[in-house]
Ligand binder design. Structure first.
Ligand SMILES: NC(=O)c1ccc[n+]([C@@H]2O[C@H](COP(=O)([O-])OP(=O)(O)OC[C@H]3O[C@@H](n4cnc5c(N)ncnc54)[C@H](OP(=O)(O)O)[C@@H]3O)[C@@H](O)[C@H]2O)c1
Length: 312
C-alpha cells in the first residue's frame, strides 16, 4: 500500500473532514490547508494561509474539497474557480503527481453560477498536464435532512408537486470519503470524471417522507407545494434585485432552490436528456434511512447544509 503525502483543502467542510479522517486512517500523511485556525481530525497537520502563498513544500497529491459556502455567483467564482486554480498552481509547484477534485453531479446540466464556476475549473484541471480525478457525487445526506426535525415535531413533509418528479441516490459523508480515498491511489481513476451515488435504489422526496413515516410509526402528511411557486418567487426577487443588491442574492438562492426542485441528482443521459437511475454508479453501504433513524434518536445532529430546498 502506497502512503502518500496529501495536501487537503476544505478539511473544515462536511466532506473534507470525512476525507481527512479516512486518509489518516489509511496512514496517508495529511496536511490541511486552512484559511483560519480550526479543530481538525487527529493526526492531520494544519497549514494556515492563503492558497497561493505556500512555497517550498512537497506533496504527492492534492485533494480539493473546497466550495463556496453560499453558492452566490461572486463567491462561487472566487472559491470554486479561482481558489481551486491557485491550488492547482500550488500542486504543480509542490511536485504533486495527482490532483483530485470534489465536484458535483449537477454540473452535467449547468444553469447556475456555481455550476459554471466548477466547470471552468474542471476544464483547467483536465488541461493541466497533472494526473487528475474529478469526483461528481449525487446528493449528500445533510441536504436531504433539513425536514427531519420539523416532521419529528409533528409538522408535514413539504414536497413539490406529488414529490415524485425528482430522485437521487444519496451518499453518506463516510462512503464518499472512502470512495475519494480509493480513487486517489486507483490507476483506473486517473484522468477520469467519476459520477457517484450511494447504495441504491434511487429515492424521491415522497420516498423520504415514507421512510420517516415508517421510522416514526405514524402517518407523515405531505404538504404539496405547486412547482410553479418557485417561478413566481424567482421572478419577483429578480425584479427586486434590479434595484436592491440584497434581493439579487436572494434571487440566486431561489434559483438554486428551483433547480433542485426540478432536477434529479442522477446521471443524465446526453442522448435522451433524461436522468437514468440505473446507470448512476453506486458505492458504499450507508443508507439515508439509517441516517434518518440516527437523527430521530438524537444519535447524530443535523448539520444544516447548503442548497437544501426545504429547511426546518
Ligand atoms: N450538498 C450536496 O448535496 C452536494 C452534492 C454533491 C456535491 N456537492 C459538492 O461537494 C462539495 C463539498 O461540499 P461540502 O458540503 O463538504 O462543503 P462545505 O461543508 O460547505 O465546506 C466548504 C469548504 O470549503 C472551504 N472554503 C470555502 N470558502 C473558502 C475560501 N474562500 N478559501 C478557502 N477555503 C474555503 C470551507 O472552509 P471554511 O471552514 O474556512 O469556511 C470548507 O472547508 C461542494 O463542491 C458541493 O458543491 C454537494
Amino acid at each position: 500500500m502506497t502512503h502518500l503525502r496529501v495536501l487537503l483543502a476544505g478539511a473544515t467542510g462536511t466532506i473534507g473532514r470525512a476525507v481527512a479522517e479516512e486518509l489518516t486512517a489509511r496512514d496517508h500523511a495529511v496536511t490541511a490547508l486552512l484559511r483560519r485556525e480550526a479543530d481538525l481530525p487527529t493526526g492531520v497537520a494544519p497549514l494556515v494561509g492563503p492558497v497561493d502563498a505556500l512555497p517550498g513544500r512537497t506533496f504527492d497529491a492534492v485533494v480539493s474539497c473546497i466550495a463556496s459556502r453560499s453558492g452566490l455567483p461572486e463567491d462561487a467564482w472566487a472559491v470554486d474557480h479561482r481558489a481551486n486554480a491557485a491550488l492547482l498552481r500550488l500542486a504543480e509547484q509542490s511536485g504533486a503527481g495527482r490532483f483530485l477534485l470534489l465536484s458535483a453531479i449537477c454540473v452535467q446540466k449547468p444553469e447556475l453560477a456555481f455550476q459554471h464556476a466548477k466547470l471552468a475549473f474542471e476544464a483547467e484541471l483536465r488541461a493541466s498536464g497533472l494526473d487528475w480525478t474529478i469526483v461528481r457525487p449525487t446528493a449528500f445526506f445533510k441536504s436531504l435532512s433539513g425536514q427531519v426535525a420539523r416532521v419529528k415535531a409533528g409538522k408535514p413533509f413539504l414536497v413539490f408537486g406529488d414529490g415524485r418528479a425528482t430522485a437521487c441516490k444519496p451518499i453518506s459523508d463516510g462512503d464518499l470519503a472512502r470512495f475519494i480515498t480509493d480513487a486517489l491511489t486507483d490507476p483506473a481513476a486517473r484522468n477520469r470524471v467519476l459520477p457517484i451515488g450511494g447504495p441504491g435504489p434511487a429515492i424521491t422526496p415522497a420516498d423520504q417522507a415514507a421512510m420517516l413515516s415508517d421510522l416514526l410509526g405514524r402517518e407523515v402528511p405531505l404538504r404539496r407545494v405547486p412547482p410553479a411557486l418557485m417561478d413566481g418567487i424567482v421572478a419577483a426577487l429578480s425584479l427586486g434585485g434590479r434595484v436592491a443588491p440584497a434581493m439579487r442574492a436572494k434571487a440566486e438562492l431561489a434559483r438554486i432552490g428551483r433547480y433542485y426542485s426540478r432536477e434529479s441528482m442522477l446521471l443524465l443521459n446526453p442522448d435522451t436528456g433524461a436522468y437514468d437511475a440505473e446507470a448512476t454508479p453506486e458505492y458504499g453501504t450507508e443508507t439515508l434511512r439509517d441516517h434518518y433513524a440516527a437523527l430521530l434518536s438524537g444519535e447524530v445532529v443535523h448539520d444544516a447544509g447548503d442548497h437544501a430546498v426545504f429547511g426546518e
